[in-house]
Design a protein. Sequence first.
Length: 120
Amino acid sequence: MIFCLPCLALLIYFCIAGIFVPRYRNYIKEGWRCFWDKLRGKLCSVSFDNRMRIALSMWLARRGFVRLGKFFHNERNFNLVLTITVIVFTAVSIYLFILMIKFLVAPPCAKEAGKCVFKI
């Protein structure tokens, strides 16, 4: 498994959520510290990923999703899901960036046989 992608996923999530919800802003500093520690090959000194894993599993269990809460309570499953999320998020972001560049550089409509066709 890739060593620091789970903490990076949590850091990105809380950076976005911190814009709209002020109570998540203190998690950004802890997430950055955890990401930096894992990047250097250490364990998270603040155990940020463990706190988030437990908080997510408790949140799911309180809402009646007990089996899903047990699934995320396992550290290996939690890290795997976060790693897959970061990989998919990165691939989609790169693809959308390429499409945006093509849309800005290319004319928006190439008329072929009376139809407006946008070639990707």
